[in-house]
Design a protein around this ligand. Sequence first.
Ligand code: NAP
Ligand code: MG
Length: 507
Amino acid sequence: MEKLKLSEYFSNIYDNGEYPRFKVLIDGKWVKTKDTFDLVSSVDESKIAEIGSVSKEDLDLAVKSANDNKDKIRGMAAIDRLELINKIRKEIEAHKEEIVKALMMESGKAYGSANGEINAAIERLRLSMEDSRKIMGEYIPGDWSSDTTKKIALVIREPLGVVLGISPFNYPVYTSIAKIMPALLSGNSVIMKPPSSDPIAMLMCAEIFRKCGVPSGTLQVITGSGSIAGDYLIENKNINMISFTGSTSVGKHIAEVAGLKKIHLELGGKGTAIVLDDSDLDLAAKECVKGSLELAGQRCDAVSRVLVVENIAEKFYKKIEEHLNDYKFDNPLKNNDINMGPVINKKAAERIDSMVKDAVNNGAKLVKGGKFNNSYYEPTILEDVPLSAQIANEETFGPVITLIKVKDEDEAILIANKSNYGLDSAVFTNDFYRAWKIMKALQVGNITLNSAPSHGTAYFPFGGVKDSGAGKEGVGYSIEEMTNIKTMVFNLGAKDLGKPYSGQFKD
Ligand code: NAP
Ligand code: MG
């Protein structure tokens, strides 16, 4: 594979050598860490860079700087914060192609997926204007209660202090920016830890934040192992909030050790699509293929299993096979039309393969795919998957269309709700009442009618229940997670103001 080469604009963030050696952003400066780890491309498993591996001293300094400098962002006029974000958005847009290319090289994303991720990040920044309308409060007159006559209250939103963001490998840029932007906008300083598998595009964006003038020390971006560096930070008492997107197992661990900090967890899922016999089968098949295979299935909101009612199952299976034929699977760097590239690494491909084999051993029919070469797992169709198979219940995170026959919608609801997860789902039907029944019954954070789930910029709020997490991300909603409500009570009675309670109408 060609070498990773960045333009002069990004020259501060790495040192030249046989491989670029990336630095970390601490206390407003790009600093070289003592240790590094190798970054291996998902495209061909070759080494493309060395990434900084922070020490405990680096982390202590990052936490100290985030605390020492938090008043710089809190004290900045809101309009300045908004304009700063606007400037960052334009600058990311100006460097988009270069960021997309780096993201493709490190993560193996197809052009459409990588470009889509950066577009979503840009759009998320653009929507900061709408977020800003949520950083408000209310005035509550107290004379509606005998307890508070002559008092009024102002309820205001204040920043929490230092927000730690931790993001996953499948959307390393978007999920990071969807945390950094609302945190800064609402006056918090931020420590961001992107994933180890593909942190470079995010480091490039961090340089854009720095160059655009984010106050020094209010954004730290550190790299290093999640289980060491991340783990060290989540216990730190000088961090006020953790916004984590990643696996359920790490999310549960964070909830156990974080102590009294505020935590927001966006975790794994088992997105279920339910296809009923009155639905537009063409649309349902097209959406289920896209929902299962986009980003090689490595999405928390992927269609991870399809429950299809048995009287149309065979017809639906045929349509799924037809739609899959149009899918281009190859090395994403070959050309921009490739729909799907590799999964993140060979280990992930092996994990997916063991789930597919387990399904076949349990009686599922392998109709297409089921093979892999290094990190390239073929788009795969499994039909008549029994509920006893692992893949019927566990998060797949791979390009497998898992088709399960059910008797009717009631059985579909029962199966869907047995899941430990509760993130995403879809229902395909043209009957309003059946749609309503299912959309009300499913224990999930999100459900979409007649389309695969797709969250793009999180213009609609997004988040899970059960093992899929706690809290909501999205325009306005992230702000709520990242601010505290302070109630200010004013006793007007001290100066004989406010309305006295007469008590005369009480029965
Ligand atoms: P992961 O293994 O949980 O890692 C996520 C992040 O946590 C990485 O930055 C990782 O660092 C870090 N980490 C690992 N162990 C840690 C620890 N003990 N303390 C603190 N941080 C730690 O998840 P992933 O494999 O990257 O991503 C896939 C998962 O994310 C899937 O389950 C997917 O469903 C979920 N996800 C959920 C959403 C949502 O919105 N609900 C969105 C996207 C993805 P390293 O990379 O250094 O290990
Ligand atoms: Mg991982």
